[in-house]
Structure formats: C-alpha cells, structure tokens
Design a protein around this ligand. Structure first.
Ligand code: HEM
Length: 524
C-alpha cells in the first residue's frame, strides 16, 4: 500500500501525496509525449514519407502535434524561411493535417507533364477539404464541372459580359443605396460577397439569380464547410468520423446541400421535359445547362449531383473572387493616387466600345496590372499547385517523391523574390504599373496578364488543372471595380486607421472580413 504521509512542495506550497514522486511525473509526461507521437505517426500523413529537409520549430524533441500547431500560427514565417534556404530544391513543412513537400518551380514543367495516374490535383483538393466529412468527395467521381468551365463557360465569357454587368449594376445600386455625397461607413467584404454571389448565380443557374435561399446557401455552404475543415484539421484524422457529427456546421453543410438539391433538381427536370417536348425550345444560357449537355454518364446526369456540383463551383468561385476584390479595394484606399487613372481608363474603354463588352475589358490594362500587383501582396495562399503523388516519382535530378506525398509550390514567396519578379521597382514596393509597363515592352503582350499562369505567377495554380474559373473571376473583379469607378464612387480608410490587417490561417491569407471603409458618391 502506498505511503499516505504527505509532503509540501517547496516551490508551490502545495501538499502532494508522497506516492507521487518526480520520476513518476517525468515517466507520465514521457508516456503522454510518446503516445501523442506514436498515434500521430500512425494516423497522420507522410510522417515517414519524404526525405525532404524539415523546416519549422527547430526544437528536436517537440512532439509532432506541437510542431503542427506551431505551423498553424507561424506558417508564413516557416514558409519564407524554407524558401530562403531551399528555393532551388525541396523542403517539408508539418501542417496540422498533412506534411507538405514544397518544391522549387524548376520542377514545374516536369510535374505538369506527368499523367493523373502519377500525380493528382483532384486528390489534393479532396485531401485538403477533408473529403467525405465536408461532402467534397463527389469531386473524385468525374471532372464534369471543371471541363464544362474550360470548354463551355470560358469560350462564352464574351457573351456573358453584358448581362453580368447589368446584374452588377443592379446589385451595386441596392448595396450602395445608403451612399450619398457625404462619407458613409460600409463593410467592404460582405457587400462585395453579396454582389459576387448574385452575379455568379446569374451565370451558374439563371432562374435562381435572385432567389434569396439559393444566394444564402451558396455563400453559407462554403463558410460552414471551411469551418468544419478548420476544426477537423486540429485533430488527428482517425477521430474525424466521431467528431464531425458533433460540429453544428457539419449539419449545416448537409442542410444547404439538401436545399440546393431541392431547388435545382426541378429546374433540371423541367429543362429536360421542355427539350423533349418542344423542338423550338431555346436552352437557357447558363452553366447548369452546359453541364447538363456535357454530362455523359447516368451519375453525371443525376439532377441532385448536378446541384451538388453547382454548390462546389460556387465554393470554388464566390469567396475566392470576393477576397481578391476586397484586397483590391483596400489597396486602392491605401494607394489613392491610382483611383483617378483607373477611373479614366474605365471611362475611355466604355466610351470607345459603346458600353461593356469583351473588348472593353481587354482595354483595362492598368486595372489588370493593379489587380495582379494587389494579388502579389495578398495572395489567397502562400502555397499553390497542390498535387498528391499517386505512384512513386523520381524526378530527372534524382529527387524522390514517395507515394501519398502532398507536393506544392511556394507561390507567395516567389512574388517577393527579386530574382523572379519583373519590373523596375523592388519586390517590397507596391507598383500598380508593374505589369502594365512590362506589357508595353517587346513580347510582353499577354505574358504579364492577371490570368496568365507561369513560374513567376502561381496564384491560380498551373498546368491542366490550373484554375478553370480565373477568366470569369478576372471579368467579375474588373466589372465590379469598373462599375464602382464609372458610377463615381470613392472610398478611403476611416480617420486614424490604415489598411485592415489580413488574417493568416496556416498558409492561407484572408482579407479582414468585417472592416468598414468610408464611401461617397461624387457627381459625374
Ligand atoms: C480570384 C479568384 C480565384 C482564385 C485565386 C482561384 C484559385 C484557384 C487555385 C489556386 C486553384 C488550384 C489550381 C491548381 O492546383 O493548379 C483553383 C482551382 C479551381 N478553381 Fe479557382 N480560383 C478563383 C476563382 C474561381 C472561379 C470564379 C471559379 C469558377 C467559376 C473557380 C473554379 C475552380 C475549380 C473548379 C478548380 C478545381 C480545378 C480542378 O482541379 O479540377 N475558381 N482555383
């Protein structure tokens, strides 16, 4: 029987039972530390995988889960440090859910050429979005929506400009209805989010463009989904089946999915009926119709699955485009000297084209340059081109990538590297004319456009699976900003404040979502 006499801890003045001796405490702590590392090694991904040098907190004995949590808070510093040391080779960081192997862009061409059976973009999306726990596992079934974006939506963007601009003007008129000629506060992110959600719905599923339930669901499905993914990434994946049903947002995702199916399925069935019964029926000009026409297998043609894909396209598009536009508005408030030249550019383009069309947008070269510069300073993520290695790969220089490794490229640091960045000004200097000036040079025509991907510009990924919606995003951002300028809006920070701070979540960068700026409308 344990000795029941007590002694007093001289440091804390606490009475501890004599039976708890220091060696036992150390043994217990070691036990906890060992168990965490062991469980983590069993259940977290690629702990044993790649031989790439690890970059992160250098304290060797720290348990992996602590290193992962520290990445959560210090991702930017860790990624920039890794880039500084290994920008021409390869390094590994320990994110909460998976280890990521960050590769130099010198491997880009080689990796782009590999077939999907070797490295997969879809697998990376599913891995990063917690797959079936966030309803994103449908991505594995087929690339229907991606192909439809590439082959039907993008070629038709020119014809969409006019209706999109009308929709934008009407949403701006209602969202900015409180703005007069005196400075009035307005929260930027939610206002832009509402506008982009409406214009996106008019392109994706025209009958629901002004349906409040659809608009609410298309925005809140995404927000709840990312909340679930965020929470799950904090815990080992073997706990996901048990923990996910305890998260209220998990049930909200399912609710929005069910309600999207209930709204979209009747539209699909009605359209099929109309097409079958009326030879003169004119198919609506929207993304849903194009997906219906491109769907080949019964699974792809299933109305509920089409609804699910519409939500996933909304997920890929609405917040990404809103974040980029919000950054642009914040940057214009920080560098107001660009407002008048941009307004001038918009006026000239609209005037010479007699309104908004594809050519009007093509003329907005300074705006294109400003948006790209804003994205360089505020990228959606510091890492891009995520791929999962399906079969072991040995690259030409002998670098070995084991099966199941998640690879990616340092898109953020590349934009701040003076040996990569073009232009006359140093990387740390914001220059809205940077790409505008480069495009004027010999051979610079299209190379430095916002939507052009390349070794120096990976914010839309690269290769076959580069963002298929980037051309739509660019048009939406330019039309929204252009319409604001055309209508005579001005904006600035509130007295005594500066650019609202970005939020860093692991490698992701999000603009401040609640900050208010002051707006006014000047007479034109
Ligand atoms: C500024 C806004 C946007 C940004 C920054 C952005 C960024 C990205 C990035 C980095 C990828 C991964 C590419 C890769 O791994 O190579 C991606 C994929 C994707 N994006 Fe975008 N995106 C934006 C807007 C949009 C829009 C408007 C749509 C839809 C109309 C869209 C649809 C998609 C889809 C479907 C994929 C997955 C492609 C696949 O792997 O099958 N995105 N996006």
């Amino acid at each position: 029987m344990a000795n029941e006499t007590n002694f007093t801890n001289p440091l804390l003045g606490l009475k501890l039972p004599e039976s708890i001796e220091l060696p036992k405490i150390f043994l217990s702590l070691f036990g906890i530390w060992f168990t965490f590392n062991f469980v983590e090694a069993l259940f977290t991904r690629d702990v044993f995988g790649s031989k790439a040098p690890y970059v992160g907190p250098s304290v060797q004995w720290l348990p992996g889960f602590v290193k992962r949590l520290l990445f959560h808070a210090n991702a930017s510093r860790i990624i920039y440090t890794g880039y500084g040391k290994f920008k021409n080779s390869i390094f590994r960081v320990m994110r909460n859910d998976y280890d990521l192997v960050v590769l130099s862009t010198k491997y880009l061409e080689e990796l782009r050429a590999l077939p999907d059976t070797k490295v997969s973009s879809i697998r990376a999306h599913i891995m990063n979005l917690a797959g079936k726990y966030s309803t994103t596992d449908i991505l594995i079934e087929s690339p229907l929506h991606t192909q439809t974006l590439q082959t039907r939506l993008t070629p038709n963007l020119g014809l969409l400009v006019e209706p999109m601009q009308k929709e934008l003007l009407s949403t701006i008129n209602s969202s900015f209805s409180t703005i007069t000629d005196t400075w009035t506060p307005l929260a930027v992110f939610p206002t832009i989010l509402n506008g982009i959600a409406r214009v996106s719905a008019s392109v994706f599923v025209s009958p629901l463009a002004e349906n409040a339930a659809w608009l609410h669901g298309s925005v809140h499905y995404t927000e709840n989904l990312f909340l679930v993914v965020y929470i799950l990434k904090l815990i080992p994946s073997f706990l996901w089946p048990f923990v996910s049903p305890c998260i209220p947002a998990y049930w909200r995702i399912h609710y929005y999915l069910r309600s999207a199916k209930a709204m979209v399925s009747p539209i699909v069935l009605e359209r099929r009926k109309a097409a079958a019964e009326n030879p003169d029926w004119k198919p609506p000009f929207d993304f849903l119709q194009w997906m219906m026409e491109e769907a080949k297998t019964p699974e792809e043609q299933n109305p509920e699955k089409l609804a699910h894909r519409l939500l996933l396209v909304s997920l890929a598009s609405i917040h990404t485009t809103t974040m980029c536009t919000t950054h642009v508005l914040y940057d214009l408030a920080q560098y107001p000297e660009y407002i008048e030249p941009l307004r001038q550019e918009v006026r000239e383009a609209v005037e010479s084209e007699g309104g908004w069309n594809k050519q009007t947008i093509n003329r907005l070269k300074l705006m294109d340059s400003f948006i790209r510069e804003s994205q360089r300073f505020n990228p959606p993520s510091l890492l891009s081109f995520h791929r999962v290695v399906i079969e072991p790969v040995t690259l030409a220089d002998g670098t070995f990538l084991p099966k199941n490794t998640q690879i990616c490229m340092p898109s953020g640091p590349l934009g701040m590297d003076s040996t990569v960045l073009i232009g006359d000004k140093p990387p740390t200097e914001f220059d809205g004319y940077r790409y505008f000036n480069e495009r004027k040079k010999e051979g610079g025509g299209h190379r430095h456009q916002f939507t052009m991907t390349g070794k120096d510009h990976l914010h839309f990924g690269a290769g076959r699976y580069a963002c298929p919606g980037r051309f739509l995003a660019a048009n939406e951002i330019k039309m929204l900003l252009g319409t604001l300028l055309q209508e005579g809006y001005e904006w600035k920070f509130k007295e005594g404040t500066g650019r609202p701070k970005n939020w860093n979540m692991e490698e992701k960068i999000v603009p401040h979502t609640t900050a208010e700026l002051l707006f006014r409308k000047v007479k034109q």
